[in-house]
Design a protein around this ligand. Structure first.
Ligand SMILES: [Zn+2]
Ligand SMILES: [Zn+2]
Ligand SMILES: [Zn+2]
Length: 322
């Protein structure tokens, strides 16, 4: 039995901006919002017998078609880091294609078991009421824990893999969908563990997660240990240096904060996700950089500062063993 993780997308919210002349926006290649698949195979070369998708933004279904074989088409769980459109916009397409893939396998369609946080469930219920009620089978714990709390593991019911959410701050998503202003924690990172490997999925986080660097409570200390020493740390790297634009927080961390969080968490391999660079402004470091340039610049800093493990930008479609 083997487990793997495939990168379905690592794009930021808008993927490509119409009218932007930068190197990223003029690249005519498949792009998809940040998302990964976790899957289990019976043995090497055999078909996939279990598959969970984490986040369902734009381009994700095309990625599934590109990077998995038709006979591997199945979806056993859907997990959301949070409700933002770049993590949920392709929900309708995903639900409908999953309905059809059950038919191709001559199996009855069952609603997709879905995990997200309470705040995200309220947003999704409101925005995607058809999909929520007809296509998904929500497994929600009614918790509202603050950032830095280990939540109950997702009830996947697998003998040799666990996925455990940890609450994180992503303030532009941590909003009550009724009042549009009260704080309602909606965002999670995930720790994926098998007997062999640990992967941490830490994207769409802002710079109010200082508990990662200086935990204060017992719970925060537990959360930091739990996120530490991963084989793979997939982390938000929205910008190179800027975290505020015209006085507004971007809601994401820059590479400067990535370095501090990686130093605190000591992963073996750091993978930069959700890259934009637009917010730096034209002509500044990060603006228009290709993934290759992001990787090169990040590796130079990693080396000069002796940061833990290695750093790189994964490729879309890449699969890692878990
Ligand atoms: Zn996002
Ligand atoms: Zn651009
Ligand atoms: Zn977001």
């Amino acid at each position: 039995m083997t487990y793997g993780i495939t990168v379905n997308g690592l794009g930021h919210a808008f993927l490509r901006e119409f009218g932007c002349p930068c190197n990223r926006c003029t690249l005519k290649e498949h792009a998809a919002n940040t998302s990964v698949s976790i899957f289990r195979r019976d043995n090497d070369g055999a078909g996939i017998e279990w598959h969970a998708l984490i986040d369902a933004g734009l381009g994700v279904v095309t990625s599934l078609c590109n990077y998995f074989r038709p006979e591997d088409a199945r979806l056993d769980w859907l997990l959301f880091t949070h409700w933002h459109p770049d993590h949920s916009l392709e929900l309708n397409r995903l639900c409908e294609t999953t309905r059809r893939s059950a038919r191709y396998r001559s199996e009855p369609y069952v609603r997709i078991p879905t995990w997200c946080r309470e705040g995200t469930s309220q947003w999704l219920k409101k925005t995607y009421s058809y999909e929520w009620h007809r296509c998904l089978d929500p497994r929600i714990f009614h918790e509202t824990a603050p950032p830095g709390t280990i939540l109950e593991s997702v009830p996947l019911d697998l003998p040799d893999m666990t996925v455990t959410p940890v609450s994180v701050s992503h303030y532009s998503a941590d909003i009550d969908p009724v009042t549009f202003k009260d704080t309602l924690y909606s965002s999670a990172s995930f720790v994926v563990e098998t007997d062999r490997k640990k992967a941490v999925l830490l994207w769409d986080i802002d710079n109010h997660n200082e508990w990662i660097v200086s935990p204060e409570t017992d719970e925060q200390n537990r959360a930091v240990s739990f996120l530490s020493n991963a084989d793979y740390l997939f982390i938000d790297c929205f910008t190179w240096a800027v975290e505020e634009v015209r006085g507004y927080n971007t809601g994401h961390i820059s590479f400067s904060t990535v370095q501090r969080y990686a130093k605190a968490l000591s992963p073996r391999e750091t993978m930069l996700m959700h890259i934009s660079g637009h917010e730096e402004g034209e002509g500044n470091d990060g603006w228009g950089w290709s993934d290759e340039q992001w990787e090169r610049e990040a590796q130079n800093i990693w080396k000069s500062k002796s940061l833990p493990g290695t750093v790189r930008v994964p490729s879309i479609g890449e699969t890692l063993q878990l």
